[in-house]
Design a binder for this molecule. Structure first.
Ligand code: AMP
Ligand code: GLY
Length: 449
């Protein structure tokens, strides 16, 4: 039987489809509104897409007052924000002032993502292992730092740059170009007026996402993203071409290390500073020869990591989120410490997601291509397709492409190898003009198995 909670999910990509799907499964939840959602959320039981504010104005997710107005209009008992911009803009603070529950950190806590200089200085203060760095406020200071570090070196815009603010520069010329683009040409606007110059590390990358109520930390199993567009990690960076979970590249000892040296000191440090971090904390890590190092924090769920983490979660996500907010009383929640004591309930096995993208992505791409095969795939056990850039076609029935990343084809299997096989079998049944995908998602982990 469905519960009585109404949940608003802000966003319209694969991550938000996964969140809406998982929240709709909760026995506490009556309805999930997705703003704006996509063709996948539109077809999900109990999920309703909301195009915008009353009167038809499309929602500006970066405007906290608009998100609050929508939540009030819908009578949302819980609001969950997918992307970082609304959190960095203070949507959690706006909701807190209005007394409405929102899952996600305050503006001050979201600085762990929204300012790389803040995050790096915080990590140094709290002994969190990260690459050596310098913060520069002028091109001259940045170039001097580049000279001190030598190459390769990493140049990062301080602020939010939609995942494009990081340059791994192989030589001095590339580093100088990155500094110039960010600081003089304004390639990232205000976000690049200040830069972080960073030591270049080497090793496999892994993402650890954890729920926290500001004190208790509950990590999900580690996941690995595939950022480059082509097989073998070649070609330009994308928003993520696939992922799998759990990622065996992070050993149990390293998992403990990440908990003790990264997650707990970070959550503890934020609380001690008077800016407690509540929500999901995402640590992007590089596993160097000297141990795990934090490359970045994100203040939100990862995309596409969420699409492989949530299918393995047996627990009720709404209950976990309410517990993280400390507002679970009456809804079966009551603090993450209680859940930590019994442990997260996870399904055995592995999940793999293969992203199907539009021709041209991550460059310019065409939209409006009909997507075929979704009905067939929907009947296959262990397969779930989370939509990213899709919409319902003008006839009101067909699904068509509407973005660069179109679909996340997810398989859950007893082993990683099974999940990979099943995901690619499902991919082979889905068609749209110009579709491309990587054929080596999780291949390295399977080979090492
Ligand atoms: P970030 O947004 O900070 O995670 O950076 C994006 C990507 O740049 C990471 O996923 C890494 O592949 C790469 N990167 C960031 N920092 C470093 C570093 N210090 N050394 C090597 N690669 C890095
Ligand atoms: N998977 C990378 C991110 O969510 O930032």
């Amino acid at each position: 039987m469905a519960g009585d909670l109404k949940v608003l999910v802000v966003g319209g990509g694969g991550r938000e489809h996964a969140l809406a799907w998982k929240l709709a499964e909760s026995p506490l939840v009556a309805r999930v509104y997705c703003a704006p959602g996509n063709a996948g959320t539109a077809r999900e039981p109990l999920v309703v897409n909301v195009a915008g504010l009353p009167g038809g104005k499309p929602l500006k997710p970066g405007d906290p007052e608009e998100v609050l107005a929508l939540a009030r209009h819908l009578g949302a008992d819980l609001t969950v924000v997918g992307p970082e911009d609304p959190l960095a803009a203070g949507v959690a603070d706006t909701f807190a002032q209005a007394g409405l529950p929102l899952f996600g950190p305050s503006r001050a806590a979201a600085r762990l993502e929204s300012s790389k200089a803040f995050a790096k200085e915080f990590m140094v203060r709290h002994g969190v292992p990260t690459a050596r760095f310098e913060v520069a406020d002028s091109p001259a200071a940045a170039l001097a730092a580049v000279a001190r570090f030598g190459t390769p070196v990493v140049v990062k815009a301080d602020g939010l740059a939609a995942g494009k603010g990081v340059t791994v520069a192989p030589d001095r010329r590339a580093a100088e170009e990155a500094v110039r683009a960010a600081m003089e040409e304004g390639a990232f606007g205000e976000a690049g007026r200040r830069v972080v110059i960073e030591e270049c590390l080497e090793g496999p990358e892994v993402s650890v996402l954890a729920l926290t109520d500001g004190e208790t930390v509950l990590p999900f199993p580690p996941a690995q993203d595939h950022k480059r567009v082509f097989d073998g990690d070649r070609g330009p960076n994308t928003g993520g071409m696939g992922a799998y979970c759990p990622a065996p590249v992070l050993s149990p000892d390293e998992e403990d290390f990440v908990m003790d040296r990264v997650l707990l000191p970070t959550v503890g440090g934020m609380a001690a500073a008077g800016t407690p971090y509540r929500g999901v904390l995402y640590a992007g890590l590089m596993l160097t020869r000297d141990g795990p190092r934090v490359l970045e924090f994100n203040c939100r769920f990862g995309d596409p990591e969420t699409q492989v983490i949530l299918p393995l979660l047996e627990d009720d996500l709404a209950e976990l989120m309410l517990a993280a907010l400390g507002s679970g009383a009456g809804h079966g929640g009551g603090g993450l410490d209680r859940i930590r004591a019994r442990g997260l309930r996870l399904r055995p096995g592995s999940a793999v997601s293969v992203v199907m993208a539009s021709r041209g992505y991550p460059g310019p791409y065409e939209a409006g291509k009909p997507v075929e095969g979704l009905e067939v795939v929907a009947t296959r056990p262990g397969i779930k397709v989370f939509h990213a850039g899709t919409r319902i076609g003008p006839n009101g029935r067909t699904v068509e492409t509407a973005g660069g990343r179109v679909l996340n084809v997810v398989a859950v299997g007893a082993t990683l190898r099974d999940a990979v096989r099943d995901a690619y079998r499902a991919v082979a049944l889905i068609h749209f003009e110009g579709a491309h995908y990587r054929s080596d998602i999780a291949a390295r982990a399977v080979a090492d198995d």
